[in-house]
Design a protein around this ligand. Structure first.
Ligand code: G3H
Ligand code: 13P
Ligand code: ZN
Length: 317
């Protein structure tokens, strides 16, 4: 059942966070749905601009509607990750997406508001909901890059939400995208989340850049020929703390890529005579499903799907 992120957030707020997982292809789709169905978790499928050009945008939409038929137990949102205005408008027209992120965080405050508001108006007119971003994550986000963290300023959030009408807000608290998030100790600004929650009580917040980059996974990749040095991620035991502070959506992409890389490197290292990619592909689907299962347990979203479905259906009546 495809639902909006707003519906999912209304059920999750203050209790647990929903995993928002980026996928790019068939194998990730199968593993993602299997893992979420097995863990009985509501979830968010994230499709980035990069994913939409890697596997044609229509192919991804077809994957979503087909997965909905193959997995009737699944309760999920189809969400555009880090959209620009043009991509948001395209997704709003698609009839498959239920949610878009407009990322105009690289623009000055007033321009961010202007662009976000245009997307919100178009999305709401079609029954979709919108995530916006204030502040910037260090590192690369699609075409956007920032050399340093630009933390979300809690003093701006009330005005920003009121003037844009956005349905959720991505806050920059010190995470970054990719596998190299911290050079020293992890320093996440939970104080910012606390301040934002005080200003916008009950309003759903989003944490990007939340992969954990497990050292064991990186070690296996390197033992199988990889050369990933100095990788470090977010401590997943902090997900529950974030959820209590109003974070309802936690974005995870890099960790899934590490699963793919580990499975394929180990497979071809151990079986150098093989070239049927379906064999490691099948292993990946299972391993990715297991990974999703474990993440959902950490997020607190596991075992929530029946309650979430009943809640969402009761709100529609
Ligand atoms: O925020 C970035 C996401 O991890 C998506 O990455 O743009 O390489 O698909 P991508
Ligand atoms: P990671 O790179 O930490 O997985 O973050 C993904 C993300 O924020 C997608 O929007
Ligand atoms: Zn992101």
């Amino acid at each position: 059942m495809i639902v909006t992120t707003k519906e999912l957030f209304a059920h999750a707020y203050g209790k647990y966070a929903i995993g928002a997982y980026n996928i790019n292809n068939l194998e990730q789709t199968m593993g993602l749905f299997e893992g979420n169905v097995r863990s009985k978790a509501p979830f968010i499928v994230q499709l980035s601009k990069g994913a939409r050009s890697y596997s044609h945008k229509l192919m991804l939409e077809t994957l979503m509607t087909t997965a909905d038929k193959i997995f009737p137990e699944a309760v999920f949102a189809v969400h555009l990750d880090h959209g620009d205005e043009e991509t948001c408008m395209d997704c709003i027209k698609s009839g498959v997406y239920s949610s878009v992120m407009i990322d105009a965080s690289m623009f000055p405050y007033e321009k961010n508001i202007e662009i976000t508001k245009r997307v919100v108006d178009a999305a709401h007119a079609k029954g979709l909901v919108v995530e916006a971003e204030l502040g910037q994550l260090k590192g690369i986000e699609e075409d956007v890059s920032a050399a340093e963290h630009v933390y979300t300023r809690p003093e701006e959030v009330i005005d920003f939400q009121a003037r844009t009408g956005c349905d959720s807000l991505a806050c920059a608290i010190g995470t970054s995208h990719g596998a190299f998030k911290f050079s020293g100790d992890q320093k996440l600004r939970f104080d910012i989340l606390e301040e934002v929650q005080k200003k916008l009580p009950g309003f759903p917040l989003v944490m990007h850049g939340s992969s954990s980059v497990p050292p064991g996974e990186v070690a296996r990749i390197n033992a199988a020929g990889g050369a990933i040095k100095g990788a470090k991620g977010v401590d997943a035991t902090q997900f529950r703390q974030a959820a209590k502070l109003g974070v309802t959506k936690i974005n995870i992409d890099t960790d899934g890529r590490l699963v793919w890389t580990r499975v394929h490197r180990e497979y071809f290292r151990d079986k150098p005579d093989q070239f049927d990619f379906r064999k490691p592909g099948k292993i990946f689907m299972k391993e990715y499903a297991d990974f999703i299962y474990e993440k959902n347990c950490l997020l607190g979203s596991a075992d929530q799907v029946d309650d979430a479905r009943a809640y969402i259906q009761s709100q529609k009546k």
